[in-house]
Design a protein around this ligand. Structure first.
Ligand code: DO4
Ligand code: MG
Length: 286
């Protein structure tokens, strides 16, 4: 089932029908057993949204599937990410950091965004003006509730400056955290089952009429399990309303590719849908 965060509250899509769930977003998604809870809600009679109303909400009145939570991210969880980062950091001498973290017991986890810096489906994400090399990172993103249990999944875009990170690994927060540097959406895919390793992640980057990039892979290519990533994140931190965790990029465009203003990035993950973001530059800093 898919749960959309809309202007009229939570909208649940299940077996070709739509239901409006009258509960604050943060309280709703933070429940243990979210899937059975929602199924029970449907069975005990929830207001039904017409197809027309539901499509209007999903197309024109959609928020990212986040309330007040923080967004965290895991890094170097796929070989593609390790190899690209080793290459980009050759001259800074930091290449071995990536190699070592890929094999280490402790994963790389970093703070990515407050909710205010997150863009939803069909909203803009930004590239940094002081960066010459910018890429989107398509990442399966977990929603983990306050008890540390994964309740759902969404598509994430961990926008990154490769030139800033490549210059010096200690610049990582600047490469990763700035206005509209994270995309999440279009919905929360709610399931009690762990997501299948066969789940496909696809990314397309359009430049005008041209496809400037397209590639896809399967979630099973990841080096670590999702419960392992979640348990490291929750070791010494409390998240009263849960948190989102991007699980690392599995696709990296070739080294001669950088995003331009106006490019359109489409990230699709089986079961979730497609997150579409247009690339912009913060007008305040133009
Ligand atoms: O090590 C730096 C960031 C890695 C990352 O964002 C990723 O692998 O997706
Ligand atoms: Mg990433």
């Amino acid at each position: 089932m898919q749960l959309y965060h809309t202007q009229s509250g939570a909208l649940l899509a299940y077996e070709s029908k739509f239901y409006l769930i009258d509960e604050p977003w943060d309280t709703l998604i933070n429940r243990d057993g979210l899937e059975p809870y929602l199924l029970n809600k449907i069975q005990t009679g929830q207001p039904i949204a017409t197809d027309e109303q539901a499509h209007w909400l999903m197309d024109d009145a959609l928020f990212p599937p986040i309330g007040s939570q923080e967004v965290w991210a895991a890094g170097v969880t796929y070989l593609k990410s390790r190899d690209a980062r080793m290459e980009e950091s050759q001259s800074s001498g930091a290449a071995s950091l990536y190699d070592r973290v890929y094999d280490a017991e402790r994963p790389e986890l970093f703070f990515k965004a407050t909710a205010s810096r997150v863009s939803g489906h069909k909203q803009m994400v930004y590239i940094r003006k002081d960066s010459a090399w910018n890429v989107p990172e398509p990442e399966l993103t977990l929603f983990i509730n306050s008890n540390g249990n994964i309740q759902g999944y969404t598509c994430g875009n961990d926008m990154s400056s490769r030139s800033i990170e490549g210059e010096n690994a200690l610049y990582l927060p600047q490469a990763k955290i700035y206005e509209k540097s994270a995309g999440l959406g279009p919905c929360l895919y709610v399931t009690s089952q762990p997501i299948s390793g066969e789940t496909k992640i696809n990314m397309v980057i359009k430049r005008g009429e041209v496809k400037a990039y397209e590639d896809s892979t399967k979630v099973s290519q990841i080096k670590r399990s999702f419960t392992e990533l979640a348990s490291f994140l929750f070791r010494e931190m409390d998240f009263p309303n849960g948190c989102f965790l991007m699980t690392g990029t599995c696709l990296v465009p070739s080294s001669d590719f950088t995003l331009q203003e106006g490019d359109v990035v489409e990230i699709s993950i089986d079961g979730i849908g497609t997150l579409i973001n247009t690339i912009g530059i913060n007008p305040k800093h133009k």
